[in-house]
Design a protein around this ligand. Structure first.
Ligand SMILES: Nc1ncnc2c1ncn2[C@@H]1O[C@H](COP(=O)(O)OP(=O)(O)O)[C@@H](O)[C@H]1O
Ligand SMILES: [Mg+2]
Length: 252
């Protein structure tokens, strides 16, 4: 993996977080949708981004990956401000986003989808080895067109393509979209394994239960801001309270 070739200004007493968003504002066509978004991701941790549709979760991931500009605020990667850095440079520095909808090529086979990732600098054999190590099922399906895979297998393929870039930070958008609960649990077990090997993961989820089992921290995004941040247990309790009517005045 190529790391950013910037030197720290001065030796840090403690390692900086892998990723920090500070007061990020961003929008579309002059309409602001992130209104001061703060997030910290420690190296090797899994952070869940929860919250309703339209809250700004995908936009936050795009800002991190350099795919959408922040109008103000700081994106710090390994302690360095990276605002304005091109997405391909961030990708080479270890930032990998798996978009909503997965982005696999349906008419290509599993292996052909994987081979496309050799642009990141590893051989076809390496890309396949990384993929089949995490997802043995893909080895069985290697010569099958990606479009004929199940939804869960397509998500595996999308994740395997991302892992081929040997990321330091994996950004997963709506991993569980349209998948059966058991499949989602399997995918999250792999996410936990990836994190155990030192990769930091930010995962966007609308459904909190499964992701909170593997997350180290969780943040609830509401109207373009992180409204709550804490341990999974803390956030789970907050969500339960909200669903059970905790937002009514009598319960406050
Ligand atoms: N490409 C776009 N052009 C204009 N508005 C957008 C675009 N993408 C998202 N938005 C708007 O930005 C807000 C946040 O969207 P998004 O980040 O996708 O939220 P989430 O991922 O939490 O559902 C929503 O109001 C959405 O309609
Ligand atoms: Mg989204």
């Amino acid at each position: 993996m190529t790391v950013l070739r910037l030197e720290p200004r001065e030796p840090a007493a403690i390692d900086p977080p892998l990723l920090e968003l500070r007061r990020i504002r961003a929008g579309y066509d002059g309409i602001e949708v992130l209104h001061g978004f703060d997030l910290t991701v420690a190296a090797g941790s899994v952070v869940a981004l929860l919250g309703p549709n339209g809250a700004g979760k995908t936009t936050a991931l795009k800002v991190i990956a350099g795919q959408h500009p922040a109008s103000s605020g700081d994106v710090l990667l390994f302690g360095h401000r990276v605002n304005g850095t091109a997405p391909d440079r961030l990708a080479r520095s270890g930032v990998c986003v798996i978009p909503e909808g997965r982005g696999v090529f349906p008419n290509l086979t599993v292996r052909e989808n994987l081979w496309m990732m050799t642009y990141a600098g590893c051989s076809r054999g390496d890309v396949e080895a990384i993929a089949y190590h995490r997802f043995p099922r893909l080895a069985e399906r290697r010569d099958q067109a990606a479009g004929t895979l199940s939804g869960g297998e397509q998500q595996m393929l999308a994740m395997a393509r991302g892992l081929a870039t040997r990321p330091a930070l994996l950004l997963l958008d709506e991993l569980s979209m349209g998948l059966a609960p058991l499949v989602v649990e399997d995918l999250y077990a792999v996410v936990a394994g990836i994190a155990a090997d030192g990769v930091s993961v930010v995962v966007v989820e609308q459904f909190a239960d499964v992701v909170l089992k593997v997350a180290d921290r969780a943040a609830v995004v509401v109207h373009g801001r992180v409204a709550h941040e804490g341990t999974p247990a803390h956030v789970q309790a907050l969500l339960a309270e909200a669903y059970l009517g905790g937002t009514h005045e009598g319960k406050r």
